[in-house]
Design a binder for this molecule. Sequence first.
Ligand SMILES: Nc1ncnc2c1ncn2[C@@H]1O[C@H](COP(=O)(O)OP(=O)(O)OP(=O)(O)O)[C@@H](O)[C@H]1O
Ligand SMILES: [Mg+2]
Length: 214
Amino acid sequence: MIIAVANVKGGAGKTTLATNLAIARAIAGRDVLLIDADNQGSSADFTALRTEQLGNAGYAVARLLGREVRSEVSKMRPKFDEIIIDVGGRDSEGLRAALTVADAVLIPVLPSSFDVWSFSSMVGLAREARGINPELRVLAVLNAADAQGSDNREARELLKETEGVEALSCQLGRRKAYRNAAAQGRSVVDMTPKDPKAVEELTALVAAIYGASK
Ligand SMILES: Nc1ncnc2c1ncn2[C@@H]1O[C@H](COP(=O)(O)OP(=O)(O)OP(=O)(O)O)[C@@H](O)[C@H]1O
Ligand SMILES: [Mg+2]
């Protein structure tokens, strides 16, 4: 299964989700390749820190840019159980290439108006990619949701109403654990001390994406 974590809007949580998913799946015994397709290289930097801390990240990492994303991912597909692609935060060749090769695109959306507005451009790109990749699933998840307030509800409504999008019923809250884990080269599932709510959210996200897949 190849998942592209993508959004044309920067800072929505792509790297946070991509790295947390890679670790959660690796811990579940899957052979995981995390691809950093963003020239900022945050997922690769995170993995270097994790490797320094633990001796072994538990998953493989590769940096790819532009069209290489499609050609290399196709080549690497048979060697891994799962590939997770962290795509740069804007419309780029790498993003478009990732959408043509992925089984699913996971779009993290922050519950703010700016992010909600850019959601439709991201969905537009995914729809376009379906011309080449008709089976592409489009999953949307609310990230860094506020503890309360109407923004979450409005954002969730928009995700649900958007045609061709599977709005996941789980969401990730705005929690310090996600930042702290990243600073330690960890995921919320293997950091210490753990934030049980963050663990619960990530576990629900993994189940929503991968289900009972073996
Ligand atoms: N659920 C969350 N709770 C709290 N902080 C979060 C959450 N998700 C992401 N963040 C923080 O928000 C910032 C942006 O997240 P992240 O780097 O994952 O986004 P991105 O989409 O990869 O950004 P870019 O477009 O720059 O690649 C980071 O500091 C991250 O720690
Ligand atoms: Mg990033």
